[in-house]
Design a protein around this ligand. Structure first.
Ligand code: IPE
Ligand code: IPE
Ligand code: MG
Length: 241
């Protein structure tokens, strides 16, 4: 297999289409979610193999709380199960795990499991992880900008006259993604071509790739094909080349 040039530092994926994938097979939506776990495993492996430094996955949006309670519960159970089953293997591979979002809305036992996995996969002092795997849970882009703005306003409360001239980096340091480079490549599966309130601020200059496959069908070769497509993009950032 030919090696891919210009590998993106940060790849982000909106993992969509689980419900439709299940429906096509006359199964319940949750069957799609459980089959999506294998796609996560495949992409984590492929990303680490190709030298991607950050892989982030949109697993559950703030809006997804409005789904039927049984589906929400199944998704949270799948998250618990995946953390229990995958943490050791991530740690062995030098992959750091973190979860970002409005985590206060999660049940305490899931928050504790997340915290445990974050500690277990934290690299030793002074050592960089091979890759960082970020799972966005109970996340929305507007929520992130709101909570960061509130923190920024609080920080400037003793000198509000300086707020209007604060550099953008002052807001960025309060986003949940502070310290993480913005996604270079954003992939969305299932044929939908929208951002669904995901990383609004951080995707300002990301390259978007919309893929027709449903998430449970998205595997290593699809991930590699996405990297190959990215390597042909011409990023100009508003400038003339
Ligand atoms: C993505 O698949 C998983 C989540 C949003 C949690 P969907 O559940 O949205 O599947 P479709 O889009 O209805 O097919
Ligand atoms: C976006 O998918 C959220 C996740 C993949 C976690 P949705 O299925 O919720 O998005 P919409 O409703 O089609 O925009
Ligand atoms: Mg969907």
């Amino acid at each position: 297999m030919e090696s891919i040039k210009n590998v993106p530092v940060h790849v982000s994926i909106i993992m969509d289409g689980n419900g439709r994938w299940a429906r096509e097979r006359n199964r319940e939506r949750v069957f799609g979610h459980s089959n999506g776990v294998e796609s996560v495993r495949a992409c984590v492996e492929a990303a680490a193999e190709e030298g991607v430094r950050y892989l982030s996955l949109f697993a559950f949006s703030e809006e997804n709380w409005a789904r039927p309670e049984s589906e929400v519960n199944t998704l949270m159970e799948l998250m618990m199960k995946s953390i229990a089953e995958e943490t050791d293997s991530l740690a062995e591979k030098g992959i750091r795990f973190i979860a970002l979002g409005n985590l206060s809305r999660l049940e305490a036992h899931l928050r504790e499991a997340i915290h445990g996995a974050e500690l277990k996969t934290m690299p030793p002092e002074g050592k960089e992880p091979r890759m960082t795997l970020i799972v966005f849970l109970s996340y929305s882009g507007k929520w992130d900008i709101m909570q960061a703005s509130a923190k920024l306003a609080q920080e400037y409360s003793s000198h509000p006259q300086d707020l209007a001239s604060a550099p953008m980096s002052e807001l960025e340091k309060h986003l949940v993604t502070a310290g993480i480079p913005d996604p270079d490549l954003l992939i969305r599966t299932s044929g939908e071509q929208r951002i669904s309130n995901y990383l609004l601020w951080q995707c300002a200059y990301s390259e978007f790739l919309f893929v027709d496959k449903m998430w449970p069908d998205f595997r290593k070769e699809d991930f590699r094909a996405a990297l190959a497509a990215f390597s042909n993009r011409d990023r100009r950032y508003g400038k003339v080349k």
